[in-house]
Ligand binder design. Structure first.
Ligand SMILES: NC(=O)c1ccc[n+]([C@@H]2O[C@H](COP(=O)([O-])OP(=O)(O)OC[C@H]3O[C@@H](n4cnc5c(N)ncnc54)[C@H](O)[C@@H]3O)[C@@H](O)[C@H]2O)c1
Length: 310
């Protein structure tokens, strides 16, 4: 198959590219390298089945004969999506619009990488896909949360109005190799701080919860969704729920038991609880995560240890 991956030079996208290339597909990666790195695709750059196109999807692009589009392009960490919020909103609206137009023209199936952030600061727990969310539309996270909500709306309207085949994944916190060390996400923050011997920063009292999915599990879920019959939206994440304090203590124990923990004020609109209900993914995709937290963390730690050493 000829498969387009937007955001394919980023963290999740590059792991997906690896899986697709290894499976023998022809892969086109579109990325503007805003948070992605060409080096994440290094092993494929000279491969005859791989094409890298540096392009910003807020502008349209013409490509022919594509069978599937995995649409992942969008900065995912608050530090990056908030540094240019208008660009983030444009990427989510115009970028998704352009990719849906491409899907319509090529009669390709498009999978949208949406997010648990569409639930905002959720009032139900754990979050099921039929929950409509509790999102602030004027806050500093809105360019991303509301951006992903309009992306989902566009996908479903292209499906209803033009018959475009869509799949919608709501991804929860994911970690693994190729995350950026400066992206402010909690797993990379704690690991990099512990490796550098500086105190681990906990925002708030650390009682807020998150779930952490290892990237190989997530990529498997994305591929099952794309190639299955179920449109979604479907939560993809690890249902294991940990407080931020528990995560900090686990990483502290795994890297440096003497590392200090410091507490700082909670940022605006930071969700209190986050845990996916993955019943739909289990039922429709036969999918659930298989990598336990500490096993995944040890791989992520090994990656950052290597990266900081070089
Ligand atoms: N990592 C997570 O925990 C997580 C959680 C929920 C949802 N997601 C979603 O998964 C997708 C991938 O996330 P990630 O963690 O790999 O993030 P990432 O920042 O590593 O990757 C995003 C990629 O998109 C590219 N990009 C951004 N704007 C673009 C534009 N306008 N045109 C072309 N390319 C552009 C970036 O350069 C980068 O390579 C995103 O859509 C994100 O919203 C990720």
């Amino acid at each position: 198959m000829k498969i387009l991956v937007t955001g394919g030079a980023g963290f999740i996208g590059s792991h997906l590219v690896d899986r697709l290339m290894t499976s023998g597909h022809a892969v086109i990666c579109i990325d503007n390298l805003y948070t992605g790195r060409k080096s994440n695709n290094a092993q494929w750059l000279d491969h005859p089945n791989f094409q890298f196109i540096e392009h910003d999807i807020i502008n349209s692009i013409a490509i022919e004969n594509i069978d599937q589009i995995y649409h992942l392009a969008c900065p995912a960490s608050p530090v990056h999506y908030q540094s240019d919020p208008i660009q983030t909103a444009k990427t989510n609206f115009l970028g998704t619009l352009h990719m849906l137009e491409l899907a319509k023209q090529c009669r390709a199936r498009l999978l949208l990488a949406s997010t648990s952030e569409v639930y905002g600061d959720p009032l139900i727990h754990p979050q099921t896909e039929d929950y409509w969310g509790n999102v602030n539309c004027t806050g500093i996270r809105s360019c991303y949360d509301e951006g992903k909500r309009i992306s989902e709306t566009l996908a479903f309207d292209y499906h209803r109005q033009f018959g475009v085949e869509i799949r919608v994944a709501r991804i929860f916190n994911t970690h693994g190799a190729r995350m950026l060390e400066n992206d402010g996400r909690v797993v990379s923050n704690f690991i990099v701080q512990a490796l550098k011997g500086i105190p681990l920063t906990i925002y708030g009292d650390g009682s807020q919860t998150r779930s952490f999915c290892y990237v190989s599990d997530l990529v498997e879920g994305l591929m099952r969704l794309m190639n299955g019959k179920y449109i979604g939206p479907v939560n993809l994440g690890n249902p294991g729920e940990y407080t931020i304090l528990q995560l900090a203590q686990t990483i502290q124990r795994m890297i440096d038991p003497t590392a200090a923990l410091v507490f700082k004020p909670l940022p605006q609109d930071d969700p209190q609880r986050r845990q996916p209900d993955i019943s739909r993914a289990k039922f429709h995709l036969g999918w659930e995560p298989t990598v336990p937290l500490e096993e995944g963390l040890s791989k992520t730690i090994a990656y950052f240890r290597d990266r900081l050493a070089n």
